[in-house]
Write a protein that binds this ligand. Structure first.
Ligand code: ADP
Ligand code: MG
Length: 615
């Protein structure tokens, strides 16, 4: 038998490697933009057509390449950035693996035009499926332009796997932002088909964030700055009252490289401690700078995961830096600065290897989200008779093995029924107790039931909105003072897509220039809510549901409305409010679960309790 092992041709090896580096157009965008940064550019332009599926072009004014380098740049493991293993521990450039261009050229049609600063003439190379098609001298500007055409043209399975344009474009915008935020001294622009989505002038980090996320960020950002022996921290956190319900604006940059790190996220999130409403995420844009010796960025091909030598120390520093900022800007109540400051005098590595968490004095009753006029959660035009609904609810429950029954029904079978008995029953029926401002306990014949107040309210609101859609019967309350809502570019696009449906719910909104809408009216049911926050919540929740559930527009909007309007865990409810909530819940078509399928009610039987006590 002859030997069977042979080396793969370069084009195949490159295609395999490309699978790791280039998953979608956005990955190519990232690699090309990072190369432009490494080339020392001050202006970087990104152009995409059809969400990068047809064209991705990055034009920079960086150092450019010689003819030989231009040719070499497409070879695998060809890089100008490191030359020996030791260099791996001193990396300050974005790239160093020398595989991006080889990978991209294996799976697309690439045109490179480049000219070094001072050279008379540049070079143009066309390469396709790792094969050089042409190379010639050309007139071109100083710097480099890479055009990637028809990504995955030779791997139909990969191409078919790509998502629709709006999703792929969102990924591209994400990558673009991840490069643009930490490099605010560089000008960037992004063109998609015929529109310029971003035009970012060189400036400060704050200016950059405002240019990307909107001018409203001017008042939302709280600066964070701290220099310690092992890490320099700089950037901004978003004031807690603007926290989002979904993840999205959590940006860590390590030596200007975007990274994901749940451990450090926890450090920031916990610095916000009681300032955030439950189920909200802290938003932040934090640049960490460490000695490259102390990290390993080579554990992941796209370099978004990084290993730190001093992860615990960085955690502690980060947490205290954020706390200090929140305190200094009067956002957190009375922080004990002396205690915080002592952190900075800590030895780099404590003897026991364990960093103690700084303590913080807070007023446990402080709630920045408390408003003077709590929203009235009862939808106005749902006519429900308490008595009949309770009765309905119990007969319905007997059908569904949840055997609830009110005393009333039991008692009607009794012959003696004094007024006093009747009253006792009435008070029992309506006797509810709120547990930890989160759950409602209510007496039922066979034991007791526990209702999740937020989930229950979400169900009620959800069915209400769906009914509005069905019956076209929204009522709009005009705002005395129209408000404007400024959105990020992606959210604005989404809002446009949903505009008709949002109007059907009862919002009167009108597009108003770049990334802005004016709110002239709100659904009558939502009077008392802050309209901007409500719409923002709606969009946020819509995005989240969309990712998780992929349900249709209206249903998703109903979920989003329900989410952003619902009374939250933590809200104190009066007896009357609890009773109304229960009545409304049992008037729903599907009272037992939230729109997202989580239970709203659970029951405990007397037998279960008996068992616990009498072994
Ligand atoms: P890496 O960035 O890891 O070095 P790449 O495959 O991305 O690997 O690029 C290979 C080489 O091509 C780089 O090391 C650099 O010398 C050169 N190069 C790539 N893009 C540019 C550019 N925009 N301007 C100048 N040189 C570039
Ligand atoms: Mg590179």
């Amino acid at each position: 038998m002859s030997d069977i092992i042979h080396l793969l041709p370069d084009s195949v090896a490159n295609q395999i490697a490309a699978g790791e580096v280039v998953q979608r157009p956005a990955s190519a965008v990232k690699e090309l933009m990072e190369n432009a940064l490494d080339a020392g550019s001050t202006i970087i332009k990104l152009i995409v057509k059809d969400a990068g599926k047809t064209l991705i072009q990055v034009i920079d004014n960086g150092c450019g390449m010689s003819e030989t380098d231009a040719r070499m740049s497409f070879e695998r493991h060809a890089t100008s950035k490191i030359s020996k293993a030791a260099d791996l521990f001193a990396i300050r450039t974005m790239g160093f693996r020398g595989e991006a261009l080889a990978s991209i050229a294996a799976i697309a049609q690439v045109e490179l035009k480049t000219k070094r600063i001072g050279d008379e003439i540049g070079v143009k190379i066309n390469i396709e499926g790792s094969e050089i098609k042409s190379q010639e001298a050309c007139m071109t500007a100083e710097g480099t332009s890479f055009s990637i055409k028809n990504l995955f043209y030779n791997i139909p399975a990969r191409r078919n796997f790509l998502k629709n344009d709006s999703i792929e474009l969102r990924h591209i915008i994400d990558e673009f932002q991840r490069v643009a935020i930490p490099n605010s001294h560089i000008a960037f622009s992004l063109h998609s088909n015929t529109t310029e989505i971003f035009h970012l002038e060189a400036g400060s980090l704050k200016q950059r964030l405002m240019a990307i996320f909107g001018n409203s960020y001017n008042t939302r950002l709280v600066p964070v700055e701290e220099n310690t022996g092992i890490v320099k921290i700089k950037g901004f956190v978003i004031k807690p009252e603007f926290a989002k319900k979904t993840r999205g604006e959590q940006f860590f940059f390590l030596n200007k490289r975007f990274i994901k790190n749940p451990y450090l996220h926890h450090a920031v999130q916990s610095a916000f401690e009681q300032l955030l409403p439950t189920d909200s995420y802290a938003s932040y844009f934090l640049l960490l700078d460490v000695d490259p010796k102390t990290i390993d960025i080579n554990i992941h091909p796209t370099k978004t995961e990084v290993k730190f030598e001093d992860e615990k120390a960085i955690y502690a520093f980060l947490r205290s830096a954020v706390k200090k900022s929140l305190g200094q800007f009067n956002i957190a109540p009375s922080i004990d600065f002396n205690q915080e400051a002592s952190l900075y005098n800590m030895p780099l590595k404590p003897v026991d290897g364990v960093f103690k968490q700084p303590t913080i004095k807070v007023d446990p009753n402080f709630n920045p989200f408390k408003t003077d006029s709590p929203p009235n959660y009862t939808p106005s035009d749902r006519e429900l008779s308490n008595r009949s609904n309770w009765e309905k609810m119990y007969s319905r429950h007997t059908d569904n093995q949840l055997e609830f029954e009110i005393k009333k029904e039991e008692e009607t079978q009794q012959t003696i029924n004094t007024d006093w008995d009747h009253e006792l029953h009435e008070s029992n029926k309506k006797l509810t107790y709120q547990l930890h401002n989160k759950y409602i306990l209510s007496h039922i014949k066979t034991g007791f039931m526990v209702i999740d107040q937020q989930g229950a309210h979400e169900r009620i609101l959800y069915e209400g909105v769906l009914e509005t859609f069905e019956k076209h019967k929204s009522t709009t309350q005009q705002e005395l003072f129209p408000k404007t809502i400024e959105l990020t570019t992606t959210d604005f696009a989404l809002m446009k897509e949903l505009e008709n449906e949002i109007k059907e719910i009862g919002f009167d909104i009108v597009e108003f220039g770049k990334n802005t809408y004016v709110i002239h009216g709100v659904p009558a049911d939502t009077v008392g809510y802050e309209s901007v926050a409500l719409l923002e919540g709606l969009i946020e929740n819509y995005k989240q549901n969309f990712q998780e559930l992929k349900s249709n527009k209206r249903e998703n909007l109903a979920r989003g409305m329900a989410r952003s309007m619902s009374i939250k865990s933590g809200k104190v409810l009066s007896q009357e409010e609890m009773n109304n909530l229960i009545d409304e819940l049992f008037a729903c078509k599907m009272p037992y679960s939230t729109p997202n399928g989580k239970p709203t009610i659970t029951t405990f039987s007397i037998e279960e309790l008996d068992k616990r006590f009498r072994k």
